[in-house]
Design a protein around this ligand. Structure first.
Ligand code: PEP
Ligand code: MN
Length: 360
């Protein structure tokens, strides 16, 4: 349910609504829309009875109670960071610090993979990314080295104390990917493939769910609902750009969609600036925009020798660009979180009292 406040009704009215919702056993989170503030019920709770509804409706500043059916209750109720195993022990994604996943688009030359892993580690990354099963648009393009690439990723990641994230493009690939990778990626092209989502949910690994490039935020969250409903031990969303009419970028990184998703769910959200940019020079600006918009992590492609890369060379960062990017993104994220509560997670919004200086 959403309690819509009248234009001009301020924080005090919202606090009274929150207190009333708490009395009725429901969590609450504030939503801003245009000039009006609204308070949305959060977390699992019993339907509000008539008395509670009447008390809410009678509060100063309340304009309407909107009953919205919740199509994604598990996505909405999800709480807490996602824990990922790694050779150096488990770490948390979505706990405040940005998480970085760096590595090549596709695994090819093993020596270059090790150079990428070393640079990723030196830049503070927790995860080594790399495609083994590649979802390519053309059937004639390099499709990845499959299981052999997963083993190579594992060796490079173990040697450098990193966890691995790699994509499973099919149900047939799931077991192999889940065996070698601490985080299993479901790609943009697979987001709407519900049998794969259901199978991935049972793979026993946390999942990184890319947003389809033609999917709305609600469709993306509904895909995450499949994963949580199927028992996935953790789900991280990833905005990677949507298709718009702009031909100068490969896709349009939807930072607005990322911020919107942040209002709807406490699941961690990554951004992938590489596949949105399509070209190296645009990766850093998009990464910083995503960090400012509240991303919990960045997955970025890099290459020891982009000229030799068999996929996505033009968007691969050089290895010496990773550390400055990570430093800048972490600084932007810290600044955004300090000054704007809107970048915080929904449950932190409730527990962090707004300072009078913070803008709205
Ligand atoms: C990738 O990250 O390797 C990839 C193919 O991304 P997407 O599914 O977002 O296109
Ligand atoms: Mn790629």
């Amino acid at each position: 349910m959403i309690v819509l406040l009248r234009a001009g009704a301020g924080a005090e009215a919202a606090r009274a609504v929150e207190a009333e919702l708490a009395r009725a056993g429901a969590g609450a989170r504030r939503v801003t829309g245009g000039e009006r503030l609204a308070v949305e019920t959060a977390g699992p709770h019993a339907p509000l009875d008539d008395d509670a509804r009447a008390r809410l409706a009678a509060l100063d500043g309340v304009e309407a109670l909107l009953d919205a059916p919740d199509p994604n209750p598990r996505v909405r109720a999800a709480r807490g960071p996602v824990e990922i195993a790694s050779p150096r022990g488990p770490f948390a994604v979505g706990a405040g610090e940005l998480t970085f996943a760096f590595g090549p688009c596709a695994v090819d030359d093993e020596r270059e993979l090790w150079l990428a892993a070393a640079a990723a580690r030196a830049a503070g990354a927790r995860l080594l990314r790399g495609g083994a099963f590649k979802p390519r648009t053309s059937p004639y393009a390099f499709q990845g080295h499959g299981a052999a690439a997963l083993k190579a990723l594992r060796r490079a990641a173990d040697a450098h104390g990193l966890a691995v994230v790699s994509e499973a493009t099919s149900e047939a690939a799931l077991d192999a990917v889940a065996a070698e990778c601490e985080l299993v990626q479901l790609g943009a092209r697979s987001m709407a493939c519900t049998p794969l989502l259901r199978a991935a949910a049972r793979a026993g690994r946390p999942l990184l769910l890319k947003r389809g490039f033609g999917a709305t935020v609600d469709e993306w969250l509904a895909a995450a609902e499949y994963l949580l409903d199927g028992g996935a031990p953790g789900v991280i969303l990833c905005e990677r750009g949507i298709r718009t009419f702009e031909p100068g970028t490969r896709a349009t990184l939807d930072v607005g969609g990322l911020a919107l998703a942040r209002l709807r769910t406490a699941l961690p959200i990554f951004a992938d600036p590489s596949h949105a940019a399509g070209t190296r020079a645009l990766v850093a600006p998009l990464a910083l925009a995503a960090a400012a918009a509240g991303a919990d992590g960045l997955i970025v492609e890099c290459a020891a020798d982009a000229g030799r890369a068999r996929s996505d060379g033009p968007q691969a960062l050089a290895l010496d660009e990773l550390a400055p990017l990570a430093r800048a993104a972490a600084a932007v994220a810290r600044a955004a979180r300090k000054e704007f509560e809107v970048c915080s997670r929904p449950w932190q919004i409730q527990s962090t009292p707004r300072s009078s200086a913070s803008p709205r």
